[in-house]
Design a protein around this ligand. Structure first.
Ligand code: ZN
Length: 349
């Protein structure tokens, strides 16, 4: 069946305005219908039914040698289990299929320009995207798509055989994660939130490679708001009754602490210390902020908590904590859970 592809751009009022459109007919002679004969081996991790009415996830691996394929299978199984341990994925697991495709590398590990470790791998995964040391992406879209097309898929994840903290997630493109870090389970679920449900980052104290514009329009992501109109809060149907909007929380204390941690983080990376030291810093950050959050009166409420989407002020999130905000808990806030469920509904019957 022909489909219409439309590219839309946001205007000053945040309305999506079509700027270009075309019809794609799969039966057109300019579409090559010959079946892709993939040379790659595949593994099925979760199988619940037809691709047409399930969410199909394909997991690729980069920087794994042929001798490390058992490790790849293990990493895929461990991280997939993490995702299905977090709501709403947990209760919607029967709506998913998960398959993996093997692309063995000649050597172990991927490209890491910041510490001066250079590698060529089949999928060209590399740290240092946009010169951010933890941002790991590949720009070789053609290769990645050909490999992924070995199996039916809607969403793609690329595991990298590395210990160094890192990953990335771009809406409707793919997510990536370093498989061997202490915080890999967190990164895996967090980045999937970006690529699967267009979730915004809810954090704002750490360095990012984006320039944040002035807040003039409501952000379009489902889990953050500029709260221009509190009476029409984006997630007002799930706010806990009796919760003030905006919602008080231990913000000043958290901000002071968190900006200090980020200073330490930059110093550790600059000194190129072993990864265990970075993991220890993140663990200390986690334990301290968990204790801090316990003191908030509205710690379990759904409301509008200031700080998010790389802004310390003027942007609000739905709960005090969320996996899009901190590494504290493997849990999405109510606004994130709602957005993820809506995407699952699009694919499942
Ligand atoms: Zn959230």
């Amino acid at each position: 069946m022909p489909v219409t592809l439309t590219i839309e751009k946001r205007d000053a009022k945040n309305n999506f305005i079509p700027i270009w459109s075309t019809t794609i007919d799969p039966k057109s002679r300019i579409v090559n219908p010959s079946v892709l004969k993939s040379p790659f081996k595949t593994v099925t991790i979760v199988e619940n039914g037809k691709a047409s009415d399930h969410v199909d996830i394909v997991i690729l691996g980069d920087g794994y040698t042929a001798g490390e394929m058992d490790k790849f299978h293990n990493d895929v199984a461990t991280l997939t289990a993490e995702l299905f341990n977090v709501e709403p994925f947990k209760s919607r697991k029967s709506d998913f299929n998960v398959r993996a495709v093997e692309t063995p590398s000649a050597s172990s590990g991927v490209n890491k320009p910041h510490p001066g470790v250079f590698n060529r791998t089949p999928l060209s995964m590399s740290y240092g995207a946009f010169d951010s040391e933890r941002y790991a992406l590949t720009y070789d879209n053609r290769t990645v798509r050909d490999v992924a097309a070995t199996v039916p898929y809607d969403y793609m994840y690329i595991l990298i055989n590395e210990r160094t903290y890192g990953g990335g997630g771009i809406y409707n493109l793919y997510s990536t994660v370093a498989a061997d870090n202490k915080f890999s389970p967190y990164i895996f679920v967090h980045e999937f939130g970006h690529s699967f449900a267009a979730l915004a980052d809810e954090y704002y104290t750490s360095d990012v490679s984006y320039q944040t514009p002035e807040i003039t329009v409501e952000p379009w992501e489902p889990n953050v708001t500029a709260l221009f109109d509190p009476a029409h809060l984006k997630w007002k149907d799930i706010v806990t009754p009796g919760t003030p909007i905006p919602t008080p929380w231990v913000k000043t204390e958290f901000d002071n602490f968190s900006y200090d941690i980020q200073k330490e983080r930059r110093a550790l990376r600059a000194a190129n210390v072993p990864e265990t030291e970075m993991e220890q810093l993140f663990e200390r950050e986690k334990q301290t902020s968990l204790a801090m959050f316990e003191k908030s009166q509205y710690k379990d409420a759904t409301g509008a908590f200031e700080g998010g989407n790389y802004f310390q002020f003027g942007i609000y999130r739905s709960a005090q904590d969320c996996i899009m905000f901190t590494r504290n808990k493997q849990e999405f806030c109510p606004a994130c859970r709602k957005a993820i469920s809506e995407v699952i509904d699009l694919y499942s019957e």
